[in-house]
Design a protein around this ligand. Structure first.
Ligand SMILES: [Fe+2]
Length: 370
C-alpha cells in the first residue's frame, strides 16, 4: 500500500497552514522558497539574514513574512540584519551562520564570493526576490521544480551543441564551441531562489567581437567602487580565445574602459584580459529595467535573469569574474538554430524543451505571458 512519508505528511500540514493566509500567491511563494527550494524540515534551524532596508535593495516585508511562515512551520528561526556588502563581516558572523542548518539571505552579501565553497557547513539560499510584491509575482511563484527542469534542459542543449554563435542587433558576432571540460565549470555553491541563469559557458573557445553601448557593471561577486562606468557610444571589444585582444570605439570610452579594467584587476590581483564565461537569462518573471538610468549596477544585477539579456563574466579567470557586460536582445544559435532569438527564449524550437512545455502547462503559460 502506498504510504505518505513523514516529510510529506508534515509538508501537507504546512501547506494547509500557509494556505489559510490571505494571499494565496504569497503562500504559494513561501512554499516554493521554504519547501521546494530550501527543502526545510521541522527539525531544521533557520537563520534569515536581511540587508538594511534603507540601502534600497531589499524590503523588510519579505524577511518578516518568511520568518513568520518558517515559525508557523515549527522551525526555530532567527533574524540577523547586515549592512552593505562593502562592510566586512567579522568571524562571529560566519560562526553564527554555521550554527544553523540553513541560512536564507535577503541580502547582497549572500552573493559575495558565491562560487567559493570554502568555510560553510550550512545550507545557504540566496534570494533574488527582494520584496513581497515581487514574491507574489511570477518571479516568486514560478514552481521551483519546474525552474530546475527548465535550467537543466537548457544546460543540456548548450552542452550537447557543436557550434554556438552569439549575435546582437549592434553587431556582436562571436563563435565558439563547448569546451571539453565545460562540465567542470564551477556552479554556484549556494541554492538560488529563483534560478535565473543556466550554467556558465566557458568562453575560452570563443572568438569574435562583442559590441556594447550601455555600461560596464559589477558582477556582484566582490565589492568595489565605482561599480559601473557608462559607455557613451558603441564600443567593439575583440575577443580571441576568451581573451580581450582589442577595444575599439570613441577615445573617451576606450580610455575609460581600459582604466576601469586596470583599476579592478589591480585591486584584486586578477587577469584583466580574461573573458571567463557567459550565460543568458532564463526566468520568465525576472524584473525589467526601472533602475537603468539612475543605478546601472542595480539595473544589471536585477535584470540579468531575463531571457532578454545575455551577460559575460570578465576580468578574472574565474566565474563570475568582476566586470559584467550586458547584451540585450541577443540571439544564440546552437548549430545554427536559435535557442534565444532577439532576446526571446525559443523553447518551442527544440524537442526536449517543447516536450516540457507540452507536459507542464504553467511553463507554456508563463512564457507566453512575457
Ligand atoms: Fe552570471
Amino acid at each position: 500500500m502506498w504510504r505518505l512519508s513523514y516529510l510529506e505528511i508534515w509538508q501537507s500540514i504546512f501547506i494547509q497552514k500557509i494556505a489559510r493566509m490571505n494571499d494565496t500567491r504569497l503562500s504559494k511563494a513561501a512554499h516554493n522558497l521554504l519547501i521546494e527550494c530550501a527543502r526545510l524540515k521541522q527539525s531544521d534551524t533557520l537563520l534569515i539574514v536581511r540587508e538594511k532596508e534603507s540601502l534600497g535593495w531589499y524590503k523588510n516585508d519579505i524577511s518578516d513574512f518568511i520568518l513568520q511562515c518558517a515559525e508557523e512551520m515549527g522551525i526555530h528561526t532567527s533574524l540577523d540584519e547586515v549592512g552593505s556588502p562593502e562592510t566586512n563581516q567579522d568571524q562571529n558572523f560566519y560562526e553564527k551562520i554555521n550554527r544553523y542548518s540553513c541560512v536564507i539571505f535577503f541580502a547582497r552579501l549572500g552573493d559575495q564570493n558565491r562560487f567559493e565553497k570554502k568555510g560553510f557547513s550550512t545550507k545557504r539560499v540566496m534570494s533574488y526576490v527582494r520584496d513581497c510584491e515581487s514574491l507574489a509575482s511570477v518571479f516568486g511563484t514560478f514552481d521551483y521544480n519546474l525552474n530546475i527542469l527548465l535550467k537543466n534542459a537548457i544546460d543540456r542543449l548548450l552542452e550537447n551543441s557543436n557550434i554556438i554563435k552569439i549575435k546582437c542587433p549592434l553587431g556582436t558576432n562571436l563563435i565558439g564551441e563547448i569546451a571539453p571540460d565545460n562540465s567542470e565549470t564551477t556552479e554556484v555553491s549556494v541554492l538560488r531562489f529563483p534560478l535565473l541563469v543556466p550554467k556558465p559557458i566557458d568562453a575560452k573557445p570563443f572568438s569574435g567581437k562583442v559590441v556594447l553601448n550601455n555600461y560596464l557593471t559589477s558582477t556582484g561577486s566582490r565589492f568595489y567602487k565605482p561599480n559601473f562606468i557608462k559607455i557613451n557610444s558603441e564600443v567593439t571589444i575583440h575577443i580571441e580565445n576568451g581573451r580581450i585582444a582589442d577595444i575599439q570605439g570613441r577615445y573617451d570610452d576606450v580610455n575609460n574602459i581600459q582604466n576601469h579594467y586596470a583599476y579592478v584587476s589591480q585591486k584584486f590581483d586578477i587577469d584583466m584580459r580574461a573573458v571567463h564565461s557567459w550565460h543568458p537569462g532564463i526566468h520568465p518573471g525576472a524584473e525589467d529595467n526601472k533602475f537603468y538610468e539612475y543605478d546601472p549596477d542595480k539595473w544589471s544585477n536585477t535584470v540579468f535573469g531575463q531571457p532578454k539579456y545575455l551577460h559575460f563574466h570578465t576580468c578574472g579567470n574565474y566565474a563570475p569574474g568582476e566586470i559584467c557586460w550586458m547584451i540585450p536582445n541577443h540571439t544564440v544559435l546552437i548549430d545554427d538554430k536559435p535557442l534565444w532569438k532577439e532576446g526571446e527564449l525559443m523553447l518551442d524550437g527544440f524537442e526536449h524543451t517543447k516536450g516540457l512545455m507540452e507536459k507542464h502547462g504553467t511553463l507554456k503559460n508563463v512564457f507566453s505571458a512575457i
